[in-house]
Design a protein around this ligand. Structure first.
Ligand code: C2O
Ligand code: CU
Ligand code: CU
Length: 519
């Protein structure tokens, strides 16, 4: 499909043919909670609540200088003990899945030098980062492997003459002039993000600041990072994924039937299947990330603590005040920062995090076993942040974007305003510093993500914003046939080409992406 896609794009001027919807396709997109098709594991699935929950390892800087901290990451094939008696081959940042966590401070610049020892080119995106365009991991800014393997075609980055090209290693520079928040980094290569993230290329990047430190939220051992994914395993214990081209070098796309999304049948939290965490009878901060390719989650605690989930933050940092949530609907790439108070549970109680959008074992996520009461000095203040305020000013422009299915030649793919992703296709050219309202409309589930600019959700349909839309967002969970409006203050400091796209990774790979260029 590589060649045919490009040829098709040129021939058709990148305009999609409207899709007649086959019934098999409708089955895979028509589910109430997620758009996608289940890929069944060939192995018996692991036991529930036996694996140990662990926070991912924290990466230490290799050097600290007056002008910032320097980190080094090598992307390579690794082996992980996810199942009981067999290793799983993964693609990992430093060979582990999830990748190591970066712990950074607001306003303190960070450089991460990535070396690629994988068999394919990569591109690293810091999701939620306020990052200059040349370090943002644009889908055709490619880092080719150092060790032979895939090599760039002479004089180009393969498909996009304007894409940057590096071989071996390259630095990514993050000014981190942004609020404390839960960010994550993941692969973003054009046409192959879904299978690369599925193999393990994703990790947390936490930004902290003084405002947040002063609050006294649960921290240290009482701060848990919760990266939730679904995966499927083959007979040999390796991940399976329905790629048309398992080398991930030539032909993008998935086998017919999976174009709507790939759903796994094993739930992993920080790479461990349905793990169990031993917790004190105290308050915990959970930074929840849905890193699934296509699965949406509806999280709930069973039994429910009296205070439920106390939401303190969203994608873009702390809310102005805590919000009590009984459940959390979390679309792909969204983050929910919550405090859970286990102090009302008796010693030995088991509290299960369940997923109301799953069925059978995909309806379960992880378990907490409550231990002894400890001296808990943490707090959840009624006032959390002064920076959770929407921008004021004149809206200079309204734009509308429609996210919908279409045929790309004989293949099912996905469009924005009838266009397939192409590095040359720009659908918006806002001016730096301008305030715009974008109206987003969908056919099926599409979690829409903008790079660079956090936004506020204004409305859904004719009503107000939804219960999970509070705060600064970088991804909005759009449901079938939904219209939502978002208010975007375009960053005054950064210009250039950035993508916005659906974060169902199969939709993204199958072209549901476009550029906006900030002038
Ligand atoms: Cu998390 Cu452009 O992606
Ligand atoms: Cu992003
Ligand atoms: Cu989508």
């Amino acid at each position: 499909m590589r060649v045919s896609r490009r040829e098709f794009l040129t021939a058709a001027g990148a305009t999609a043919v409207a899709a007649g919807l086959g019934s098999e396709f409708l089955r895979n997109v028509g589910g109430a909670s997620s758009t996608g098709r289940l890929l069944a594991s060939a192995l018996p699935r692991p036991q529930l609540f036996e694996a140990a929950f662990r926070n991912p390892p924290v990466l230490r800087p290799s050097s600290r200088t007056p002008d910032g901290d320097h980190y080094v990451i090598t992307q390579h094939v690794g082996r992980a003990r996810i199942l009981n008696d067999v290793d799983t081959e993964i693609w990992g940042y430093n060979g582990v899945f999830p990748g190591p966590t970066l712990e950074t401070r607001r306003g303190r610049p960070v450089t991460v030098t990535h070396t690629n020892l994988l068999p394919v080119p990569t591109s690293v995106h810091l999701h939620g980062g306020r990052t200059p365009a040349d370090s943002d991991g644009y889908p055709t800014d490619l880092l080719y492997p150092a060790n032979g393997g895939a090599q760039p075609a002479a004089g180009s980055s393969g498909t996009d003459p304007s894409g940057a090209l590096f071989v071996g290693s390259r630095p990514y520079r993050y000014p981190l002039e942004q609020r404390a928040a839960t960010l994550w980094y993941h692969d973003h290569r054009m046409d192959f993000t879904g299978p690369s993230v599925w193999r393990g290329l994703a990790g947390f990047h936490i930004v902290r600041d003084d405002n947040e430190d002063r609050l006294g939220l649960p921290s240290g051992d009482h701060e848990l990072l919760v990266m939730i994914v679904d995966r499927s395993f083959g007979r040999d214990g390796n991940f399976i994924y329905p790629s048309l081209d398992p080398t991930l070098l030539h032909t993008p796309g998935v086998r017919p039937g999976f174009e709507a999304g790939v759903l796994g049948d094993v739930i992993l939290v920080n790479g461990a299947p349905w793990p169990v965490a031993h917790v004190d009878a105290a308050r915990y901060r959970l930074r929840i990330l849905n890193a699934c390719n296509a699965r949406r989650l509806d999280l709930r605690l069973d039994p429910e603590p009296p205070s439920g989930f106390i939401q303190v933050g969203s994608d873009g940092g702390l809310l102005s005040r805590p919000v009590h949530q009984v459940h959390l609907e979390v679309a792909q790439a969204e983050r929910f920062d919550v405090v859970v108070d286990f102090s009302s549970f008796r010693r030995g109680s088991r509290v299960t995090m369940v997923n109301g959008f799953g069925s059978g074992r995909t309806g379960l996520i992880m378990q907490f076993i409550v231990g002894a009461r400890v001296d808990d000095t943490s707090r959840v203040p009624e006032h959390l942040s002064d920076e959770d305020v929407g921008p004021s000013g004149r809206v200079l422009r309204h734009r509308s974007f429609r996210f919908a299915s279409a045929y790309m030649g004989a293949h099912r793919a996905w469009t924005i305003n009838g266009r397939f992703f192409h590095p040359e296709v720009t659908l918006a050219e806002p001016a730096a510093g301008d305030l715009e309202v974008w109206h987003l409309v969908t056919d099926f589930h599409h979690p829409v993500h903008l790079h660079l600019n956090p936004f506020r959700v204004l409305s859904r349909g004719t009503g107000a914003r939804g219960p999970f839309d509070a705060g600064w967002k970088d991804t909005i969970d759009l449901r079938p046939a939904e219209l939502a409006s978002i208010l975007i203050p375009f960053d005054p400091a950064y210009r250039g080409r950035y993508p916005f796209h659906c974060h169902n990774l199969e939709h993204e790979d199958m072209a549901m992406m476009a550029n906006f260029v900030v002038r």
